[in-house]
Design a protein around this ligand. Structure first.
Ligand SMILES: [Zn+2]
Length: 178
């Protein structure tokens, strides 16, 4: 009996050299792009060989926030989140010696909770944080502000987080549902 293969969507592309596989965040479906000359059999084997990776990737995606639909509900949540973030950001920017308070926006993001543009200092928060409590929101605020001190996620970043929010790893685990 042939090994069972996860069903997948196949896209054939010209000019590709390798097979590429991804798990769609929207529905957890597997999508493969492949050059025209690669036989279906080879692609099946490739997908079968990646089954552990697919499971891990699906588990990782499951911890991410579900996308909020656009519309009045999302707009209300956005206003609510802005009102919660503004004082928190002001308080932490002062505490971390990062004044003036960086500008921020709230928008729907499906793959991360926040981003920080270190050049413009603008911080973006995921609208999905509107469903999270203050402790988790505060962790994301401090995390993004910390990037204005250290851009990467290495030991120096950890040291900045430890100094300001000693409990940050526990909160991060809760935020990511682990
Ligand atoms: Zn980060």
């Amino acid at each position: 009996m042939p090994p069972e293969t996860t069903p997948y969507a196949l896209v054939r592309r010209k000019g590709m050299k390798n097979l590429r596989i991804r798990v769609r965040p929207a529905d957890g479906g597997v999508a493969v792009s492949a050059p025209h000359w690669v036989p279906k059999r080879t692609i099946d084997d490739f997908v079968a060989g990646r089954s552990e990776w697919i499971a891990r990737e699906r588990a990782r995606l499951a911890t991410l926030p579900p996308p909020l639909e656009a519309g009045p509900e999302a707009e209300a949540l956005r206003a609510e989140l802005r009102a919660r973030v503004a004082p928190m950001l002001a308080r932490w920017a002062e505490r971390m010696d990062l004044l003036p308070v960086p500008p921020f926006i709230v928008r729907r993001m499906t793959t991360r909770w926040g981003t920080c543009n270190v050049r413009t200092r603008r911080i973006t928060f995921a609208l999905e944080l509107a469903r999270k409590d203050d402790e988790k929101l505060e962790y994301v605020v401090v995390h993004e502000l910390a990037h204005l001190i250290e851009a990467g996620h290495g030991p120096r970043f950890h040291a900045v987080m430890d100094a300001h929010l000693p409990d940050w790893k526990r909160i991060r685990r809760k935020l990511n549902g682990r």
